[in-house]
Design a protein around this ligand. Structure first.
Ligand SMILES: [Zn+2]
Length: 112
């Protein structure tokens, strides 16, 4: 499966999970379903949202490498450094494995 395809699937997963969360909230609000069932739906959809976000992060992690601003070295951070690092859409504050300096590293797609 291509990286773009994986990314699209994870985005769809997040959107569907949030939609399910919204739908169960509305159904409960309108008293269409029993409160206990609404709680169950809400819990399930909340879990799905977390799973989808985690899955999306995992795919983003697996498909990306980062280029150091200081020395130009391209590296793959640890999953811990990846998840804890401050980030924007295309950069992440990481410690370079080449020079050991911390900088805003640019994300690049890993060639598969
Ligand atoms: Zn470096």
């Amino acid at each position: 499966m291509s990286n773009k395809c994986k990314t699209a699937i994870s985005v769809i997963g997040i959107v569907l999970s949030i939609a399910l969360l919204a739908i169960s909230a509305v159904l409960a609000e309108e008293a269409i379903i029993r409160p206990a069932l609404a709680v169950t739906f809400t819990v399930i959809s909340a879990i799905l949202v977390f799973v989808a976000i985690f899955y999306a992060a995992k795919i983003d992690y697996e498909t990306g490498v980062y280029e150091c601003r200081k020395c130009g070295h391209t590296f793959k951070p640890t999953f811990k450094a990846y998840t804890l690092g401050a980030h924007t859409l295309s950069t992440r504050h990481l410690k370079c494995s080449g020079c050991g300096e911390k900088s805003w590293c640019k994300r690049k797609n890993r060639r598969v």
